[in-house]
Design a protein around this ligand. Sequence first.
Ligand SMILES: [Zn+2]
Length: 451
Amino acid sequence: MTTTAAPTLGNPIGNGNGGVPSEPVEAPQRPPNRRGLFDFALMSVLVYAVYAMTPIGAIVETGVNVARGQKERPSWLSTFKGRETAVAMSEEAVADASAAEGKIPLPIAAAADKHKIDVEALAALISVHGACTPTACDVETPPRTSTVYPPAATKARLSADEAAAAIAAATKEHGRNGELAVEALFVGSIPLKLALEQADRSHLDNAADVEVHAPFFTPSVRRGSLQGALGVIAVYRLRTLAWPADPGFRITSSFGDRVHPVTGKKAFHNGTDVGTPIGTPLHAAHNGGVKRQSRDSISGNYVVLDHGLGIETVYCHLDSAGVVEGARVERKNTVGLSGNTGRVTGPHLHYIVRVHDKPIDAEKVGESPTRGGGLSEPPPPPPPAKPVEPVKPAKAVKPKKPKAGEQAAVDAGPAPPPPAAPTPATPTSDAQTQAAPDQPAPPLAPVDAGY
Ligand SMILES: [Zn+2]
């Protein structure tokens, strides 16, 4: 038994190894060859998988990019979590996004007008990757701009006019929305087209959203050039947020430090109160998903929308919510009816805009009725700080660390306003007065939030 088994085992091994009997000459040679090739292919796949899918690969690549002087620093493990991480914003980009409040400098407005492009897309690009003087703006050339705008190939920086021309070319090619135009300048026209096609082919909804088609980029695009686009897209989204209620409703309490209307203590107001009567329809600030629809004793009925890239909007004290958790909403869809639920002294909307969980001043971004449509206007002559105004120090300190773009907007003040500058059609002058940083705050309206 044992004697028969041993030779049978020994035979094939012996043959495979080159064979002690030398009768078949070719047979022993082929298998090693094939195996070598197979091993090599397998090893290549493994190395690629480690590089593309694991934290080790992410760390190695981030390390290489940082060593090569890459400015954007995605978190070390940012690509490991798949979809979600493909669009993780760097800390730097978050800071830029919070600075989206800047008004639009005149050189940007002029260039956008000349090339008939979305002025907010150009403003977002320059505010994140560029700089402005009162008379001119320029921007670091996004890495793949020449794929849509060949003259950019030889330039390290683009003027506002050239950047506008590049966005115009990208818009012509990719249509759909301003986000895609900006994205094309960073990832290149063809990779963007392929990713969009694949997302469409996979029947994904909203394929034009970077979060949806980003997984179809190669890992090196996702971790590399795309990162530069994400901050711009986030700022663009903030700059184009719709106002949640009819702009005619008075803003009854602004964002920042204030004396709490219920407790009487000094407290930070993390949102903006809009004096909407019960039953007023409220609109989604942007496309997104309903992250939460719930109720508590302070916020009353509330809805949280997730607009991607860390941007969220929150609508509190609703009479009733018009959406359910998990639903998709489009910009300006009704999310609910205003009410007076929760800790309030009267009906109103407490509206919060958050970037990575940090609340920012909603009046300074998007279509806020007090932002003046985002175009730079001659500011009123700024009187020195009034000590009478302890309630809103946040406003007064605002220009502490101006971004280049904002500075330009301020400096450009004395220049005549652009012909197109729309005076915000706010029927009530109250909102205007309240927003002006140098005006004394009107007495707090009785209508106010506890939250
Ligand atoms: Zn409030």
